[in-house]
Ligand binder design. Structure first.
Ligand code: SAH
Length: 376
């Protein structure tokens, strides 16, 4: 049996084409049927075709054996004592990745992965110790939102208790595993689907793409996705940033700041978030706080100070709390909001930079063997 085609993550035009290819629509009916499916998938959260009651019977029949709206498999779901949830998902043999939901009083943020593993090797990041396995597909990226909505009973039209305005997931951040700007096309497709007004309907301002600084791709994030931007800055001098974020050897801080200044649509209401992980004795002096303020001059910015989240074997320690507060004060006095991000979900290794899966990159042959064994 051939693997069914996943309809999740196909842009509308491709969905229409897929329906025609599967004999589930013809040129005259493709638009209407694709819209119906879109609504079932992204508004009602349908997990199979059988329940799509307003879809013609022959359409359902044509899709049942050859297509699917199944999500990646949920391997585990963990709930932290602070309410943070983490899902370990599996897209196939040896392809596991994580998604985290962070509830706050005024919002709920879903932290989505864009790659399995990462190529960047940031020294303080746990994901960075896992080699890149592969890019996630658009369906696997947007599928994380579907899975979280399933689990939180957060579908507006499924009769879920969070129907209507009281949605539990209000924001999406591309801050899970991977570097989203190294998987640009798939991330773009997935986020445009997440922002579709007739589907998941996330406002583009509530979608934030975080990058370690892939400078040439930053304008495209603004122009083609139109999402908010976050920069993992973490240091104010190139020598220190070269060590913490090796990508800095390629794209220096000054270039990165220029790309930020030019990011489309910036205003005081729409700022860039700068993430700054607090590492004891490494990047946390008050001189560096003042330097940070200078660096951000002219950029509508918010600064997120992130207490370093430890992981086994990490070569750094978190700054002392009073040092973090002093650092924050310097930044605050200069007029920047600088909330210190309360670590969330540390007890389940769900906090910033703690995500990692056991997946390793397999040779094509090894993966094919595993896939064959699985489908046998
Ligand atoms: N590659 C993208 C997306 C990952 S976002 C990026 O770098 O922006 C994950 C965020 O958590 C980044 O800001 C990262 O620098 C930060 N982070 C990584 N390890 C951390 C740790 N151990 N403690 C706190 N923050 C960490």
């Amino acid at each position: 049996m051939t693997t069914p085609t996943s309809l999740i993550g196909l842009p509308m035009e491709e969905l229409k084409a897929a329906l025609i290819a599967h004999g589930a629509a013809d040129a005259a009916t493709a638009s209407m049927r694709a819209s119906q499916l879109w609504n079932w998938i992204y508004v009602r959260g349908a997990r199979d075709f059988a329940g799509m009651t307003n879809l013609a019977k022959d359409t359902r029949a044509a899709l049942t054996d050859t297509a699917t709206v199944a999500r990646p498999e949920v391997v585990t779901e963990q709930i932290s004592s602070d309410g943070t949830r983490k899902w370990l998902l599996r897209a196939g043999p040896g392809v596991e990745f994580e998604t985290v939901y962070i509830p706050e009083p005024d919002r709920g943020t879903l932290c989505v992965s864009s790659q399995v593993g990462c190529t960047l090797n940031c020294r303080f990041c746990h994901t960075g110790t896992q080699n890149l396995v592969r890019n996630l597909t658009p369906g696997e990226i947007v599928g994380q939102v579907l899975i979280a909505r399933d689990s939180l009973n957060d579908w507006p039209e499924s009769g879920g208790k969070n129907a209507g305005e009281n949605r539990r997931i209000t924001n999406i951040v591309l801050m899970g595993m991977g570097e989203p700007l190294y998987n640009f096309d798939n991330v773009k497709t997935a986020m445009l689907i997440a922002a579709s007004a007739s589907g998941l309907a996330f406002s583009k301002r509530r979608i934030t793409l975080s990058t370690a600084g892939v400078v040439p791709m930053i304008p495209r994030a603004g122009e083609e996705i139109g999402c908010s931007l976050a920069i993992s800055l973490h240091a104010v001098r190139d020598d220190i940033r070269d060590e913490l974020v090796p990508l800095n050897r390629k794209y220096k801080i000054a270039e990165l700041m220029d790309a930020c200044r030019a990011y489309p649509g910036l205003s005081n209401a729409r700022r860039i978030t700068f993430e700054y992980v607090m590492l004891k004795g490494k990047n946390d002096s008050l001189a560096e706080a003042r330097e940070l303020v200078k660096l951000l001059k002219g950029i509508p910015a918010k600064i997120n100070l992130i207490p370093f989240n430890p992981w086994p074997g990490a070569p750094y320690e978190c700054s002392d709390w009073d040092q973090i507060e002093k650092f924050a004060e310097v930044v605050n006095r200069a007029g920047y909001a600088s909330p210190v991000r309360t670590p969330r979900g540390r007890d389940i290794m769900a906090a910033c930079g703690q995500l990692k899966s056991e997946s390793i990159k397999l040779r094509a042959k090894e993966r094919m063997a595993l896939e064959a064994a699985e489908s046998a």
